[in-house]
Write a protein that binds this ligand. Structure first.
Ligand code: AP5
Length: 211
């Protein structure tokens, strides 16, 4: 099963995506995580992407499409988090899957109001070690600033500061929100309220994936 999870920054794609990939033995391809890893390793791709990410904009399509294409070979089921991000990327994904004799089986649009998104992004903390996300209020670590899972240090993402958040939300409205129209009407398209609790959203996602 190939699944796309899309929606605005902070809606819960990463949190839910990690859990679903375990439940359904899917390979997680999260472009934000892949790009942050390239930045951390100081690769030329990472250097090229960093300026766009720091400014809250999108990394150029050829960079992210190439990154996904090189990972599609011989994968089993996929869960794509953060890709596609605009119509050009969605068309490229359809083409890439078709060239491997595959298709998208589920497209899930997680949505929430802007005030919910801002609160989630401002309160998010991420582990430097294992990358797990926490929230100061809704999913807080047992010990302040320490990851429950690996003991790593928790930090605030550079793009989770107020000015960058508003830019990311504006870019989402302009470039990513139109994907709802691109996918609506396809078999396997679901719209889920991402502002519900972690457990409620998970239950709705399971319902969608079970079809
Ligand atoms: P990326 O990392 O993909 O960022 P994003 O899409 O903006 O999404 P986030 O990771 O911010 O949010 P999320 O929906 O995963 O929320 P989370 O689960 O963490 O991309 C970063 C950058 O990379 C982009 O800005 C762009 O520059 C570049 N990029 C990436 N992909 C690209 C592409 N395809 N093309 C071009 N550029 C690309 O949850 C947020 C917080 O809320 C957490 O603290 C969590 O604990 C909490 N939370 C989650 N769910 C709930 C709930 N139900 N109730 C209460 N709290 C919750």
């Amino acid at each position: 099963m190939n699944v796309v999870l899309f929606g605005p920054p902070g809606v819960g794609k990463g949190t839910q995506g990690v859990r679903l990939t375990k439940d359904y033995q899917l390979t997680l391809l999260a472009t934000g995580d892949l790009l942050r890893s390239e930045v951390k390793s100081g690769t030329s791709l990472g250097m090229k992407a960093k300026a766009f990410m720091d400014a809250g904009g999108l990394v150029p399509d050829d960079v992210v499409v190439g990154m996904i294409e090189s990972r599609l070979v011989d994968q089993g089921g996929l869960l794509l988090d953060g890709f596609p991000r605009n119509t050009a990327q969605a068309e490229a994904l359809d083409r890439m899957l078709a060239s491997h004799g595959q298709q998208l089986d589920r497209v899930v649009f997680l949505c929430a109001e802007q005030d919910v998104l801002v609160e989630r992004l401002c309160g998010r903390r991420v582990c430097r070690g294992c990358g797990r996300g926490f929230h100061l209020q809704y999913d807080s670590p047992k010990v302040s600033d320490v990851c429950d899972h690996c003991g790593g240090e928790l930090y605030q993402r550079d793009d989770d500061h107020a000015e960058v958040i508003s830019q990311r939300l504006a870019v989402y409205e302009e470039q990513t929100a139109p994907l709802a129209s691109y996918y609506e009407g396809r078999t396997g398209f679901y719209r889920i309220d991402g502002s519900a609790s972690l457990e409620q959203v998970h239950a709705e996602l399971v319902r969608a994936l079970e079809g």
